[in-house]
Structure formats: C-alpha cells, structure tokens
Design a binder for this molecule. Structure first.
Ligand code: FES
Length: 494
C-alpha cells in the first residue's frame, strides 16, 4: 500500500501513514482535540495546509465556510491523507503572544494595522486609531519556516535562490491576515506598520540579504521602507502608508526599536534593560541619554534547538517545572503526555537540578550519568546542560559588556524587561537562580510582546519617535569586544 509523509509544524515531527488515512486517526496523538467529535461544527481540529494537497468534499467546504476558514485551512476531522503533506497544527496559534497592553497615544481618525513579523510567528492587530482599541487579531506561523527555523538558514535559503519565493510568501500571508481582519470589521485603513528583525525586514522588502551572511555583516539597506498596496500585491486600500520600520543594526531589527518604544526606556532616568529571548536573543541597555544594544546567539537552545528533547512551546511540551516536596512536577501544554521540553521549562530544569545539587558549578552531572530524567520520558543530557550554559552565558556576558560600554556596574541597572513569546512563560526566580540575569528578582519584569506594543505605538507616533530613539542608540558587536571571550567563559559557570 502507498505510504505518505505528514510533517507537523511547529512540532518538527514526521509521521508515515497509509494512503487514505483519516487525519483524525493520527493527529489526536499530537494533542489535536476533536471537541465536536468530527461533526465539523467546533472548528477546533483545524489545521493549516502549508504544503501538499488535501481534497475538500462539498460538506467539508461548506463547514469551512460556516466557520469562516480561508482556503489554506482544513478540518482534520473531514480530511484524509492522499499524498505527502505539511500541516501547521492550530493549537500552536493559541500560544502566539498577541497583546492588549495599554499605552499613551493621541487619538487620530481611522484605523491601522500593526504587524510583528517574527522569524517563527507573525501577529497582526487591527487598531481603532481613535481609541487604540484592538478590534481584531490574526496570528500565523511564518510560512518561511519550511526554509529553516533560524535566521542563518533563512539567509542561506535566500543565497540558494529562494529569496523571491520567501518574499512573496510572507507578503501574501500578511495580506491574507489583514483581509481576514477586514472581513470581520470592514473599515478603511489609514496605515500599516510592520516591525521585525533585520532579516525579516530585508526579505519582506525583497532586498539582498547576502551582506548579512559574511563579515563585517554590514547592510546599507536597513532604513525605513515604504510600500504601496500594489507593490505587495495587496488588494485593499491603505490611505496613508505601509511602512516597515528601520532596523537599529545588522542583527538588531525594528522589533527591538519597537521594544524600546514599548518600555519607554529611551525616556527613563534610570538605567533599564530590555532582553528579548526570541529566536535570536537581543539585549538593550540605556536611559534617556544613551542606549546600547546587541544581538547574541542565545536563542536556539530556548527554541528547543540543540536540546535532545527540546521543542517549541506547543502541545506536548513541558512549559514549566516545579519542586514539590522534593519531587519534580511538570506542567505540560495541552494537558497531554510530556513529549519534550520548551525554553521556559529548560530554565526551570537547570535551576531545580542545581538546587537539588544534581549538577555542579561547571554544569557537570554529579552522578556521572549521561542524562537526568525530569519525567518518566523526558530527560536532559550532559550536552543539553552545556547548551544551556552557552545560552545563559551569551545573555549574561552580553549584559555585562553593554554595561561596560555605558561605564556602569550591572547593579546600577534598575529594571529589566523580558520580552518575547517565550519570555512570558518564564519563572523569573529560576531565571535568576540559573544565573542568566545577575540582578534581584524584583528588578525583572515580563513585558509580553513588546514588538507588537511598539508597532501599535508607531501607528500613532510617526517618524519623530523612531528618530529620537535611533539618535541615542548605538549597536555593539559583542564578539568585537576584547574581553568578550573571558567574560563569556566566566559566565558559563553556575
Ligand atoms: S472536531 Fe469539531 S470541527 Fe472537527
């Protein structure tokens, strides 16, 4: 019998099934729920078809229409596998961090769209500019993900000739997100503001990313980019502007510029830090007088890469661990069986294992064994702990070097904001205990999706605010600092 492969994003799993296998038979194992039992009324089993074909029957099409699902969605309960397919599982979307924070604004007439274009996820919000109220939200897994999870693989895919395809995919995906929001709220748009890291900005703008692939990683093309709807093949009107906001440096994008605006760091008297623990970890430190920022290689471990049982914060991932009566207890996303561990729980794990004296100050497993079990099936290996040390050292060393550039001590930092989807699930106490941020817990706050908050602020502020921030901000190449290696090695210790 014919076999087909089903690839599941963002789980990164592949399964082999027989021809005509109903998806309901295989997907429940991966945490997909079927609350209405396959009647096609709840829509909870929806999956997005990223690649391949799934025929829709008349009734399937009708149910999708009733549920307001666009062409790329399928109801798993009505679908069978007849060829190789790639699916994005819907449950993941619940975990993409949108935002409803309040911020200061001057009311304006009309409506705008704020977009946070991340390497992994995309979030868009439709905003009433007279009240700053969010009318609709759309979230999406970045369709470029099939070209690799991190920035380096996206750059490589561009160099391999996929640049135009990736540009078209992301422009079209964001266009669809906006159309879906406009369907629910048929309003006239004044502005669209996009923010994202520098690679996302270049790919969206159809610009050459190759300068970011080699030393000195300099790119002249990271300024504000303005588009017309027809440039992007968007079939709706935008009265004033569509703008992708400028990056700060080669690997510090407008998502961080937006983060600075969201925290108000550029107007604070006290030294304040912003740390984004996304796919690539960026650090900002400064106050109303001067700001320095840098990118670090901290992200991959927290995104599940290089960790033997690591995975993103999706169904089946352990999202947090705690010590109850001397025993490790796990909280698993989607209430399913633990299949792996995501970034926030990795920090918990290391902190708990240190507390239990199961790992030593060099990161060594004290028992001499090669792995430590966290649950019956999920474990960390010696190599995983070392990967964590590299990531935590990158953040701790980055902050130390930036403080040095401002000629201040780490202890002079009054507040630290943790940003990013993953940042929101972190246990701050464990973050400190694991030695990632060498400051008291009270100074550290989770701030959610600062890129999206900042993008909304930009809908109201225009260029003056970005100019104000950019004028004060210096991009620092951490590896270029003569003390980097020594500090980095030192920060690897617990
Ligand atoms: S299980 Fe409810 S729509 Fe598929």
């Amino acid at each position: 019998m014919n076999k087909h492969t089903i690839r599941l994003h963002p789980l990164g799993k592949e399964i082999q099934v027989n021809d005509q296998t109903p998806l309901i038979d295989v997907l429940h194992e991966f945490g997909i729920e079927f609350p209405c039992g396959g009647k096609g009324t709840c829509g909870k089993c929806k999956v997005r078809l990223l690649d391949g074909e799934i025929e829709t029957t008349e009734i399937h099409g009708k149910r999708k229409e009733q549920l307001g699902l666009s062409n790329d969605w399928r109801l798993a309960c009505f679908s069978s596998c007849t060829g190789d397919i790639t699916l994005e599982i819907e449950q993941f979307n619940h975990l993409i961090l949108a935002d409803e924070s309040e911020f200061d604004f001057s009311p304006q007439p009309g409506f705008g769209i704020a977009v946070d274009l991340g390497t992994t996820t995309v979030v868009a919000q439709l905003v009433d500019l007279s009240s700053a109220k969010v009318l609709a939200v759309e979230t999406l897994l970045n369709p470029q993900i099939r070209f690799g999870a991190d920035l380096i693989s996206r750059i490589q895919a561009c160099l391999d000739g996929h640049s135009t395809e990736m540009t078209q995919k992301i422009r079209s995906a964001i266009g669809i997100m906006i159309v879906l929001m406009l369907k629910k709220h048929p309003v006239e748009l004044q502005k669209v503001v996009l923010v994202g890291n520098s690679v996302m900005q270049l790919i969206f703008g159809n610009c050459d990313v190759s300068p970011l692939s080699m030393y000195p990683f300099h790119n002249e093309n990271l300024g504000l980019k303005t588009f017309l709807p027809e440039d992007l093949d968007w079939n709706f009107q935008v009265n004033q502007s569509i703008q992708f906001f400028p990056s700060i440096g080669s690997f510090v994008g407008s998502d961080i510029l937006a983060g600075i605006a969201a925290t108000g760091l550029h107007r604070k008297e006290n030294y304040t830090a912003l740390i984004d623990l996304g796919t690539n970890g960026e650090i900002v430190l400064g106050n109303q007088n001067q700001i320095v920022c840098a990118s670090t290689a901290a992200g991959p471990a927290f995104e599940g890469a290089n960790i033997s049982m690591g995975m993103r914060a999706v169904t089946g991932a352990i999202s947090s661990l705690s010590l109850v009566d001397g025993k490790i207890e796990a909280c698993v996303i989607g209430n399913s069986t633990a299949k792996g561990i995501c970034g926030s729980a990795l920090i918990d794990a290391v902190s708990i294992l240190r507390k239990l004296d199961l790992i030593g100050m060099f990161g060594e497993i004290n028992s001499g064994e090669v792995q430590i079990h966290l649950t019956e099936k999920v474990f960390l290996t010696q190599k995983d702990i070392n990967e964590f040390q590299l990531a935590k050292a990158a953040i701790a060393a980055g902050l130390t070097i930036l403080a040095g550039k401002l000629e201040i001590q780490i202890s002079e930092i009054q507040e630290v904001y943790i940003a990013g989807g993953f940042g929101n699930y972190i246990n701050i106490g464990n973050l400190v205990a694991a030695g990632m941020i060498e400051l008291p817990e009270e100074k550290i706050h989770k701030m959610g999706n600062t890129a999206l908050i900042g993008a909304k602020i930009f809908l109201f502020s225009g260029a003056e605010l970005t100019d104000e921030i950019l004028l004060k901000t210096r991009h620092i190449n951490l590896e270029g600092d003569p003390n980097f290696q020594d500090i980095y090695v030192d920060k690897m210790l617990f």
